[in-house]
Design a protein around this ligand. Structure first.
Ligand SMILES: Cc1ncc(COP(=O)(O)O)c(C=O)c1O
Length: 373
């Protein structure tokens, strides 16, 4: 029913009439649902987890009672994560995907009257959830510079610092390595920013396993840093939604106040525990994806009319001389789904996730045909 009566007033569109003004212009996050034989749009792993790990998960699930709520603080998973990361269980908080970690950090530390500083282009959830929290979003464009023959994106430290203030605690997001640009920002710049910032610095390490640089081992020096990680990339569990934060205990304590009561399902907790017991598989996959990424980058780099940015992740950001919408549509016709991104300096780029060697070959063949037309 889309017409209702409130006293004498007819309300035709309650969604528009009653929505918060500050979320009216938000675009919902809507990934493409195109049916494609090769899906390279969401930086997922091209491989599912091994059957033997699924079997172990299933054996455990069979013994669990699903009529009861499951552990709201994910104790067993935090035990396993504490061994994996090398911090205490009290410094770990688990969420339903790292998206939820991002949103919980913002709920706890941002909000009306507070600023959230985001170097852009960045992962879209930072801006979406910061807006949903009612915080003021300050976007600072990254620098795009040519260094030693390579085009690189890096932080504009001076421009960011202009927005730093000590009047109210602020929040800042640094994605390390950055999605969608693909590589690490310079470490000195990050340290400079962290040391000058009054508030929580969220360092998103969703792609940590591909390059293994981290701030998780510097939390005693920088207790205002919260590291964000996920099981959706090299752990190949995007469908189960598990992410975690690594931070000072006092930060973790605030996250428990804003989280949904039973945010991580029984299934997801058990699956994450089991995949952490199969790290050899994870590291082999990581090596294979890094090798495939380097080969794909080399192949794409040979093609005329395309600039491939450096990457320390499982995806490549590519800029085209041809209109990228044409390239995107032609790839789609050939059954390959890639990602178009919006924003300044992204008008002519596509992002390709690294697939299996067979999928990468199909992409390379398709692109060389399209670019030669
Ligand atoms: C930088 C970054 N952070 C967070 C996420 C969200 O991951 P998830 O919610 O699946 O853990 C992604 C997903 O692509 C990402 O690229």
């Amino acid at each position: 029913m889309d017409i209702s009566k409130h006293g004498e007033e007819i309300i035709i569109n309650p969604g528009l009439e009653f929505a918060r003004q500050d979320i009216l212009n938000l675009e919902p996050y809507k990934p493409s649902k195109e049916k494609c034989s090769i899906k390279l749009d969401a930086n997922e792993s091209p491989y599912d987890i091994p059957l033997e790990v699924k079997e172990r998960i299933w054996q455990r699930l069979k013994r669990e009672k699903i009529n009861f709520y499951y552990d709201p603080s994910c104790d067993e998973l935090r035990e396993e994560l504490s061994k994996y990361v090398g911090v205490s269980t009290e410094q770990i908080f688990v969420g339903s995907g790292s998206d939820e970690i991002i949103s919980d950090l913002l709920f706890a530390f941002a909000g009306p009257g507070r600023d959230v500083i985001i170097p852009v282009p960045a992962f879209s959830s930072y801006e979406i959830f910061a807006t949903v929290c009612g915080a003021r979003v300050i976007k600072v464009p990254l620098l795009l510079e040519q260094k030693e023959g390579f085009w690189r994106w890096d932080l504009d430290v001076e421009a960011m610092k202009k927005h730093f203030s000590k009047e109210q605690p602020q929040m800042m997001f640094l994605c390390y390595p950055n999605n969608p640009t693909g590589d690490y920002f310079s470490e000195e710049k990050i340290l400079d920013l962290i040391e000058s910032f009054y508030g929580i610095v969220a360092v998103d390490e969703a792609y940590f396993e591909f390059g293994r640089k981290t701030f998780a081992n510097r939390l005693s020096k920088y207790p205002h840093v919260a590291v964000i990680r996920t099981f959706s990339k090299v752990f190949s569990m995007a469908g189960l939604r598990v992410g975690y934060a690594i931070a000072h205990e006092s930060i973790i304590n605030q996250l428990y106040k804003v989280k949904l009561p039973y945010n991580v399902t029984l299934f997801s907790q058990i699956a994450a525990v089991e995949i952490l017991k199969s790290l050899e598989w994870v590291w082999n996959l990581r090596d294979e994806l890094v090798k495939s990424r380097n080969e794909l980058k080399a192949e794409l780099g040979k093609m005329p009319g395309i600039r491939v940015y450096p990457s320390s992740t499982n995806f490549l950001l590519c800029e085209f001389e041809k209109p990228r919408d044409v390239v995107y549509e032609k790839l789609l016709e050939k059954g390959i789904l890639t990602r178009k991104l919006n924003g300044e300096k992204l008008e002519n780029v596509l992002r390709f996730c690294v697939g299996s060697p067979e999928q990468n070959k199909v992409l390379v063949d398709a692109l060389s045909q399209i670019l030669a037309e």
